[in-house]
Design a protein around this ligand. Structure first.
Ligand code: ZN
Ligand code: ZN
Length: 81
């Protein structure tokens, strides 16, 4: 049940996407407003890590996991090591 590692994300809302959505408009919407971001590739190493809350499954007890927004992966915006 592990989610595949995302390879792209929206810089505006932080949603994770797979590589097929790169350069497309973000698909998230908030309160009826479509997110204005466009999906950027994020292929640098050590930027994605498996979500420890859901073991990268994206859900806990059938509910979308909050820390990773259901993607199963967490994004580290800065790599300091
Ligand atoms: Zn977005
Ligand atoms: Zn999670």
């Amino acid at each position: 049940m592990r989610q595949k590692q995302p390879w792209a994300r929206c810089p505006v809302c932080g949603s994770a996407y797979d590589s097929s959505g790169i350069n497309e408009r973000c698909k998230q919407s908030f309160g009826g407003q479509r997110c204005p971001g466009s999906i950027k590739s994020e292929l640098r190493p050590n930027t994605w890590s498996q979500c420890p809350e859901c073991q990268a499954s994206g859900a806990n007890n059938g509910v979308a996991c909050a820390p990773c927004k259901g993607s199963g992966w967490l994004f580290a915006s800065t790599t300091t090591h």
